[in-house]
Ligand binder design. Structure first.
Ligand code: PRT
Length: 87
């Protein structure tokens, strides 16, 4: 099963290798403004799912929020340690 760390490694590799058709690369190239909107959108969907939807739907929305947060981290050049040291 994928973890936060293994997804971050995968996305780091995608951004470095820039494979054809990668949604991550396309989103990365759009920049911080686009990524910020995705983070906000997914955060809102997490809230709505927590209020009104199933555990499974909530878990899926949380996974998407984690994904977009990671793409933002990569765009700003942050690594896992930069974040973990604040936990
Ligand atoms: N985990 C994710 C992931 N989570 C969310 N998303 C993106 O976030 C969007 C969220 O879906 P929504 O339903 O909220 O939005 P949507 O309306 O369908 O999509 P938009 O029109 O808003 O882009 C998805 O459509 C994906 O574009 C993800 N995109 C990729 N991954 C993983 O990232 C890795 C690299 O993916 P690629 O770069 O696409 O190869 C792979 O392991 C993927 O599984």
């Amino acid at each position: 099963m994928k973890t936060f760390d293994s997804l971050f490694a995968e996305l780091s590799e995608r951004v470095a290798a820039r494979p054809e058709g990668s949604g991550t690369v396309a989103a990365f190239d759009k920049g911080v403004h686009h990524l910020g909107k995705k983070v906000i959108e997914e955060a809102g969907e997490v809230w709505i799912a927590a209020e009104y939807q199933s555990d499974e739907e909530l878990a899926e929305e949380i996974s998407q929020l984690l994904y977009w947060t990671q793409v933002m981290m990569l765009k700003r050049g942050l690594g896992l340690d930069d974040v973990y040291r604040h936990l």
